[in-house]
Write a protein that binds this ligand. Sequence first.
Ligand code: OGA
Ligand code: NI
Length: 359
Amino acid sequence: MSGLKSWPEPVVRVQSLSESGMRAIPKRYVKPPSDRPAETETENHQHVDIPVIDLQHLFNKDPTLHEQTLALISTACKDWGFFQAVNHGVSHDLMERTRQVWRDFFNMPLELKQQYANTPTTYEGYGSRLGVQKGAILDWSDYFFLHYLPLSLRNQSKWPSHPSSCRELLSEYGAEVVKLGGRLLKAMSTNLGLKEDYLQNAFGGEDIGACLRVNFYPKCPQPDLTLGLSSHSDPGGMTFLLPDHDVAGLQVRKNANWLTVNPIPNAFIVNVGDQIQVMSNMIYKSVEHRVVVNSGKDRVSLAFFYNPKSDLLIEPAKELVSEERPALYTPMTFDEYRLYIRTKGPCGKAQVQSLGSST
Ligand code: OGA
Ligand code: NI
């Protein structure tokens, strides 16, 4: 863990830069031309979108509709790694209020937010970079990161005490999203031909991990030169993203193209993370995504990460390993895995690919 104790450079809040009214962004936010939004987006004006799946029939079990829903989830996990879920069972009002409370948090004076300033040891709190590489090109965003589960890591004193409803809303929101996560793990297990509770057990049963990263993407005077969040795949199990309602920004890689997701009201954007890619022996893939910013509006998003228990060995399900399809990964705990991204910062899919055994 040495080298992870403090940031290599003074922390600058991107929100402060944005609010200063500067016309040109500092050099350390300027991406190389090949990573800039416009360079790779040339073919992206066709209106292709990630699948939208109505989950209502996953819950009340009309067998035909249930099967149809499973089939849609299966295709989305195999071909896209991403989908938007509607009728997912989480209260729309709760989603709205939770997003608003975080918007209010980021709109508080800087001094209040600074009380929660984070360090690279745990990343919990108010942060402005991922990774401790000195001189790294940074992303145009601030964030707040917190642990929801396991309870032993949940420390409400590290959650914002203002706005005053924040902690309570978070507890409720997390509980509902965790429930949804459990339901989707069942669906994925069934779709993979595994026992219904296989993935849940592989995640540690009741002892899963869960954390929340609230992203704040301030408006940017030169959005074509930078990214709100660099290309990455999510290291954990699966992610439930609550995007902002009226400003897009998330882009998903489909082959060589970056597709901009048009968020559907009250939907979650769900994606497969690296650990499910490993457990499914790459039948499901965690797909690269990134965030672009704009000059007109700040954007808030809540990324809820549903993760395996951090000290379990994660490996491909035996049932998905055969002579024709050998295990593509060697076992590793999620703790070990996560250390890499926390050191290097977001770097596409380099990590899950580097894990692959030589076959
Ligand atoms: C993330 C992420 C996307 C977004 O936090 O991992 O991919 O739209 N966020 O904020
Ligand atoms: Ni992500």
